[in-house]
Every structure is written in C-alpha cells, then in structure tokens.
Design a protein around this ligand. Structure first.
Ligand SMILES: Cc1cc2nc3c(=O)[nH]c(=O)nc-3n(C[C@H](O)[C@H](O)[C@H](O)COP(=O)(O)OP(=O)(O)OC[C@H]3O[C@@H](n4cnc5c(N)ncnc54)[C@H](O)[C@@H]3O)c2cc1C
Length: 565
C-alpha cells in the first residue's frame, strides 16, 4: 500500500494519545511513592529507598514512555517533510512495546504504586492503546518492518541540520577508514590506542568538542553545542567503543568541570592544549571502597607548603598511563562530617607512559603508580588502579583556586552531566555497528537452504534492533538540544539509563544472529557484546541513575493525579 502522510500523521497522533495514558499512570505512581516517603513534609531518601523495587521499575517505565514521546515527535517531523514512512513505523512500534512493557511493570505490583488492576486496565485496555498495540505488535507488522531493515539497513533519517550532518560525515569517514581496521587488533591483543588514531583525531578537533572556540575548541563561543559532540561520539563509537568513541569522554568531563569551576588562568592553561590533543587526561574519582557513592570518597589531600599532598588509592582510572593530567577528587578537609563539602578537585600532572604499568617519582619524592586492570572488553585505553604517595599538586592546580576548596563534588557532577549524554551517544554508535553486522550476516547466512533473514523471527529481531537505535539516537539528540538550552539534566541521566540497556540487548541479539560465529573472537559482534556490557556500569551505574536521579526527580515534582477505573 502506498504511503499516505496524512494517515501516518493521524496514526502518530493516536500513538501519542495512547502514550499519554501510560504517562498518567506513572504520574500517579510517582505521587503515591512521594506520599509514602514524606517525613515532616519532605521526601525522605531513606524512606524512598525502602521502595527501591517499585522506584526502579517506575524509572524504567518513565524512560520508555519519554523515549516514545520523543520518537513520535521525530516521526512527525519526518512525515511533515513528506517522507517518514519507516520513521513512523519505528515510532509506533516503540510506543506499542513501551505500553506493553509498562502494563507488565505496573501489574506486577500495583499496590506499590497505589493503583488497582481495574485502574491499570481502564488506562491500558482503552481503545487508543488497543488499536496501537493490536496493529504494531502483530507478527505481520514486525516481519514487514524487519524485511525493510534487511533490504535497506535503515535506522531512520537522522534529520540533522547541514552543519551537524557535515560533522557526522567527517567523523564517519574517519571511523570507517582509520578506526575500524585497527579496532579488532587493539581488542584481541589488549593494545594501547596507537598514534595512528590519536593524531588524526586531534587534527580533526575531536578532543575539543565541548571546548569553546576562544580556548581552541570546536564549540561556538556564544552557545553550547551538545549535538555536535553527540553526533561525533556516535560515529567514533561505531568505529570502536574502546579505541575511539570513549577517547573523547575524558576531555569532555575535564573541560566541563573546568568551564564550570576553573579560574580563568586554569582555563587558559589547560583547555587549548586539551582541545589540540597535546595533553591527554584521566578522571580519578572512583576508589576501591567507593564508586556510586561519590560523596564518600576518602583519598586524602593534605595542605603543605605551596600545595597539596595526595595519599591513597583510586581505581578504574581509564587512560591514566597515557594521561598527562589526572582530575583527582580528593578530601581536602579531614572533617568527615562535612561529607561532599569536604571534597575538592585537583589537576595532578605527570608524564605520559605507554604500557600496562607505570610509576613516576617527583623530584621532591612524591609518587604515583598504576596497574592496568585486565578487562573482558573496552580495551584500548587500559583502566588503572592508581596509588598516590605524598604526591604534590601545586596550589595553582586546585580547581577553582582557593574558592574551589570544598566544591569538588559539584564540579565533578557538572563534568559527569556531559559524560552521561555522551555515553548515550556511545551506546547508539555501538548498537549501529552491531546492527550493520547482523543485517549483513542475515542476508548471506543460509540455514535450512534459506538466508536466516528470510525467517520471520530474524526479521522481528532486526525490526526491534533498528527501532531501538532510531529511538535512542533521536532521544539522545533531543536531550542534547535541551541541554543546549541549559535544561535536560535529569533527561541526560534518563537517556543514558535507557540507551545503555538497549545497547546491551541489541549487541546480544547481533551476536545471537551470528550463531556460533558470534561467539568467536574473530567476529566483530563478540567484541561489541563485551564492550556493550560496560555501558550500564560506568558514568553512573544504572541502579544509581534510576533510583537516585530519575525516581527521585519524579517523586520530588509529583503532583496529585486522578486516574479512571
Ligand atoms: C571499564 C571501566 C572504566 C571506568 N573508568 C573510570 C574512570 O575513568 N574514572 C573513574 O573515576 N571511574 C571509572 N570507572 C568506575 C565506574 O564509574 C564505577 O565502576 C561505577 O561508578 C560503579 O561503582 P563501583 O564499581 O564501585 O560499584 P558500587 O558502587 O560498589 O556498586 C555495586 C552495585 O551496586 C549497585 N548500587 C549502588 N548503589 C545502590 C543502591 N543505593 N541501591 C541498590 N543498588 C545500588 C550499583 O549500581 C552496582 O550494580 C570505570 C569502570 C569501568 C568498569
């Protein structure tokens, strides 16, 4: 049947109405959880923690429903431009699957959300929802969409403006020509990323994506450009998560922390060299005893003549061998009762080292040493356990100068907000690479005399994979645009949470479609699978984001809503 834009627009409007019904149930759930966690008129964190299981599912449901809303908006734009057939199918399938999943989440423990089975049915058995799920979850719909994906490899139009499309094209070419051919060897032999990647990436400006032009970066001086950083990260991660896409996360976090809290002198001293790739950096926040609980970090910084002495251990400091500067979160005030207010950020400088171990002794005797932790994936930068012994950091390297003392937690969070949206983009790039391989294999591999792509089940898998990618990509772009307007902090956590879970599923399916070959090291999808596993652990573990950021924000802003039933 020929595509009819008018019909597609009406179908999308109906999908939006269906999603609004799910959203209302979630609003009610948030209100209930709020009421139950109040203590003296305020939401009590410990009481809310008692409802973690409900909060986690509510956050996931909210992530899906929000992603569906953005996906519908995206498809509407595509349809308005006269095209949009496949985009509309992606958006409607995603909306239908989100509502189907939401029913399961809420119906599993309705009382936790202050809902009854009747209320859930009244909302989700409504004609608007039934029409959507009835059509889009039908085998024929999935199979037909899968056939389109196999034929064209599409994950929907990007709908970028000319400038961002140009950036995307440039870094896509670089990732295909330079990164992809080296990625497997780096992974299989656990090598450090070679200069063959680092140098041209620096020349393209890849290290300065979030650094304003006045400090030598690519970002316009008068506005943020998160979208530029996102499209570049996605393309580099399509080349390799460990050997390219994640390279630019460290300068991203450091640049944001410096822009938020650094003195002008510090910005002038570090940002241009970071943007040019002349200095590389590591982020040293996590400690052996503390990861998610950032406010409790205990590595000591003791005042000394002209600076601070670092003593203690950090762990998982990615790229710390190669780094010239480490952004270290340290306790500059020994009074532990101060909690996060006793923490500061220090820019600790050292020479760059290759290899799995390093050790550096300062002229005055201070020492820093590191040992790479062997990992199942995410190879290329090495992540180091790092030990500091009376390591001197001069006063001028306390981020923010004397005024920055005690503000390290806030500056770290400012850095991490960029890391989160970027990690969502990393997830999208990785998934795209996995889908490309899966589509190619489904076309060529014959089982029982037919290409596996001819079977309905394979087609349904590929339809869902392409849908995930289209939706996560557009969700990430939309949140990037929100961040450009100074908004979207919670949404950055939301899209990170969702896209990283989706990447794990997509990479898992890509491996499965390859059968036994998917389990072979020589096949790229086995690398994508192990690489994807890390995404929901770092840059905010998914539990921390779901509970402490998303559920907390939903509960904080919840208002009373009535539901039918
Ligand atoms: C490959 C890799 C690279 C990394 N690179 C860096 C880096 O460059 N710099 C850096 O500083 N760190 C880095 N990290 C560390 C990463 O940020 C931490 O692993 C992450 O913050 C989780 O901390 P943790 O490992 O201590 O887990 P923990 O905090 O011990 O958490 C363990 C588990 O408990 C869950 N959990 C936590 N709190 C709660 C709660 N309240 N309720 C229920 N469950 C909870 C967590 O989600 C997790 O599943 C890296 C990690 C990896 C694996």
């Amino acid at each position: 049947m020929a595509f009819e834009p008018k019909q597609a627009a009406e179908d999308l409007a109906r999908a939006e109405a269906a999603i609004a019904r799910g959203r209302r149930l979630l609003d009610r759930a948030a209100w209930t959880l709020r009421e139950r966690s109040l203590e003296g008129g305020q939401v009590s964190a410990s009481r809310l923690d008692e409802a973690q299981i409900a909060c986690f599912d509510m956050a996931l449901g909210f992530a899906e429903v929000t992603a569906a809303r953005f996906a519908i908006g995206y498809a509407e734009r595509a349809v308005a431009s006269g095209a949009g057939e496949v985009e509309a199918r992606f958006a409607r399938l995603f909306a239908a699957e989100s509502l189907h999943a939401l029913r399961g989440r809420l119906a599993a423990r309705p009382a936790d959300y202050g809902l009854t089975g009747k209320e859930i049915s009244a909302a989700l058995d409504h004609d608007a929802v039934r029409a959507l799920t009835g059509e889009c979850l039908a085998s024929g719909f999935l199979e037909a969409l899968g056939a389109t994906v196999i034929e064209t490899g599409t994950t929907g139009a990007y709908l970028l403006d000319e400038q961002h499309e140009m950036m995307r094209g440039t870094f896509r070419k670089f990732a295909s020509a330079v990164v992809q051919p080296l990625a497997e060897e780096i992974h299989r032999h656990d090598l450090l990323i070679p200069d063959a990647i680092l140098k041209p990436l620096a020349e393209l400006g890849g290290f300065g994506l979030s650094i304003p032009e006045r400090y030598g970066g690519l970002q316009p001086d008068d506005r943020d450009d998160n979208l530029g950083m996102i499209v570049v990260t996605e393309e580099l991660s399509r080349g390799s998560l460990g050997a390219a896409g994640s390279l630019i996360t460290r300068p991203e976090i450091l640049a944001r922390a410096l822009l938020k809290g650094g003195t002008e002198e510090q910005k002038q001293r570090f940002l241009p060299r970071l943007a040019a790739g002349e200095i590389l950096n590591a982020i040293a926040v996590t400690e052996p005893d503390y990861g998610s609980d950032v406010a409790s970090m205990k590595l000591r910084a003791t005042r000394t003549q002209g600076g601070w002495l670092l003593d203690g251990a950090k762990t998982w400091c990615t790229f710390n061998g190669k780094a010239h500067v480490m952004l270290v979160l340290a306790r500059t005030n020994p009074d532990v009762s101060l909690g996060h207010r006793g923490l500061s950020l220090l820019l600790a400088e050292k020479p760059s080292f290759d290899g799995h171990d390093f050790e550096y002794t300062q002229p005055g005797g201070g020492k820093v040493s590191g040992r790479a932790i062997a990992t199942i994936g995410y190879r290329g930068m090495h992540s180091y356990e790092t030990f500091f012994e009376a390591f001197l950091v001069p006063d001028e390297n306390l981020l923010g100068g004397p005024d920055g003392e005690g503000k390290g937690f806030y500056f770290t969070m400012a850095g991490f907000s960029g890391g989160r949206i970027q990690t969502a983009a990393r997830a999208v790039g990785l998934m795209s690479a996995a889908l490309e391989r899966a589509v190619a294999y489904a076309r060529e591999r014959k089982v029982f005399k037919k290409p596996i792509g001819d079977y309905p089940l394979t087609r349904a898998k590929l339809a869902r994979m392409a849908t995930s990618i289209a939706v996560c990509r557009q969700f990430t772009y939309a949140v990037g645009r929100l961040m450009d307007e100074g908004k979207g902090e919670m949404e950055a956590s939301l899209v990170k949470l969702y896209a990283c879970r989706a990447a794990l599923q997509v990479c898992n399916e890509a491996l499965q479609i390859h059968g036994g070959m998917g389990y072979a090291e020589e096949t790229a999808v086995s690398r994508y699978f192990v690489d994807s596993r890390v995404l929901s652990i770092f840059e905010g573990a998914e539990e921390t984001l779901a509970l402490k950021v998303v559920a907390r924000a939903l509960v904080d802003r919840a208002e009373k809503v009535e539901v039918e039933g």
